[in-house]
Design a protein around this ligand. Structure first.
Ligand SMILES: O=C(O)[C@@H](O)C(=O)COP(=O)(O)O
Ligand SMILES: [Zn+2]
Length: 236
């Protein structure tokens, strides 16, 4: 694991990059990274991801107590719950990326699989995404919703709010969040056009070839096959 000072720099660099590309606006979004002593670094509440100061990031101990820096993001309970259910997670990114937020409001979204397997890269980087019902930002009640997913998802989409994505490290979490956003964009572009999706066999091939989580191949097809926008079984 990188040392704390490198991680502080990385949080600020990735935050700036996400902000500069319009993936989260104003002071929306937050980032956290798990440290080797069991504590965390998080972005401070009300801070803009585009203008973070490495020295002012919130440093928390393993019990979630603030050790140094500014007050942490109000989404600390959300991040902590995802870390608790995803033991392999080293970082979490939450954004208000527009296309992902838009998809979270569509009426025909399958909560167990918000986005179908449209591209190989989505399957490889994200796997699958669960929809979590709307909660007021910072509401600790979201913890039960995350626990209810039992660690099966590294990516969740908060309804009418935005994505929250865990990765083995910060780079993986950022890339997965970006891929989720690109896939949400495709989903909206193709809405109503009956796109050809990856088949079950193609998803299985990716899972085997890239040694992905076996559950991806299974659950990606746990949906209503009568809905052409959610089904990749066509022709099988
Ligand atoms: O939407 C919200 O208010 C939060 O989820 C958020 O994105 C920013 O909150 P802070 O991290 O507390 O600034
Ligand atoms: Zn938010």
């Amino acid at each position: 694991m990188s040392n704390e000072s490198d991680l502080r720099e990385s949080i600020c660099l990735f935050g700036r990059s996400l902000f500069d590309r319009g993936l989260t606006a104003g002071s929306s979004g937050n980032i956290s990274v798990r440290l080797s002593d069991g504590g965390w670094l998080t972005t401070p509440t009300n801070s803009s991801l585009g203008f973070l100061d490495p020295a002012r990031l919130s440093r928390l101990d393993a019990d979630g107590r603030l050790v140094s820096g500014d007050a942490p993001t109000k989404e600390l309970p959300l991040h902590s719950a995802l870390y608790a259910t995803r033991k392999d997670a080293g970082a979490i990114v939450h954004l208000h990326s527009t296309h992902s937020v838009a998809v979270s409001m569509l009426p025909d979204v399958n909560p167990a699989e918000v986005l179908p397997p449209m591209t190989a890269y989505y399957v490889m980087r994200v796997g699958r995404t669960a929809l979590v019902p709307y909660y007021r930002p910072g509401d600790p009640a979201v913890v039960d919703a995350i626990r209810g997913l039992a660690g099966k998802y590294s990516a969740v989409l908060l309804a009418n709010h935005g994505p929250v994505v865990a990765g083995k490290d910060l780079e993986a979490a950022v890339y997965a969040t970006e891929e989720l956003e690109e896939t949400a964009k495709l989903r909206l572009l193709l809405h109503g056009l009956n796109p050809r999706l990856l088949t079950r066999a193609q998803v299985r091939d990716l899972v085997t070839h890239f040694k992905l989580d076996e559950a991806i191949g299974e659950d990606m097809h746990d949906h209503d096959c009568s809905n052409p926008h959610n089904c990749s079984h066509k022709g099988e």
